[in-house]
Write a new protein. Sequence first.
Length: 266
Amino acid sequence: MPVAHVNGGHLHYQIDGPANAPALVLSNSLCTHFTMWDGQMPELRKHFRVLRYDTRGHGQSEVTPGPYSFEQLGRDVLALADETDLSTFSFCGLSMGGITGMWLGIHAGKRLHKLVLCSTGAKIGNDEIWDARIETVRKGGTKSIAAGTMERWFTSRFRESSPETVERVKKMVESTSTEGFVACCEALREADFRESISAIRTPTLVISGTHDSGTSPADGKLLAKQIAGSRYVELDAAHLCNIEQQDRFTHEVSDFLRASSVNAAS
């Protein structure tokens, strides 16, 4: 799979779908890589030129020295889009990827057709939460948080019914670089777009999971309230709602992206 040297680092990416289709960029959550979107690909690649990439410090992308910032992660996307000849595109990001999407919506809205913000918030957690996770992973690596992360990311119902899927995601967490995790946690700790998300003018869909303890429906509703004309959808899932409610999530995202802008923002 291709790797691009952009913005001072190497980013691992993959492109699927017709060359002449509208472009869509997918951005992963903390402690995952772009295969977290595998369940969406059969549908999305029918209609879009889909660019997936591993966020800096994750998967097979380079672990450059931290701390990172969301300006840096957002400029990674813009540079990768330039490298792959995507002058404009829609963007869908989950959790950390959603905050990257907010930065793009605020600072590079002219590049965006539509924006999908999933399981995310304008401000996620607080300094104490992020400092504790950083300290835990520095001491024990990402394997030390993998089991607890699965409990937050999926409902008990899903963990019982789909153990193989949960195990696959757990392995993503365990394989995440300690340095990459810490650098992105430092970016998340500092990110606060509560006062600036109202500047987003791109047609936006916000998706939350009813049972998400980390980025709650209240966080999603705040985004939808402050982004003019946005649409809010809530799924019966925890944090990784694109996996737990794969079919409904894919349907909502595909329909929103394919609708006219006027209808999409209503």
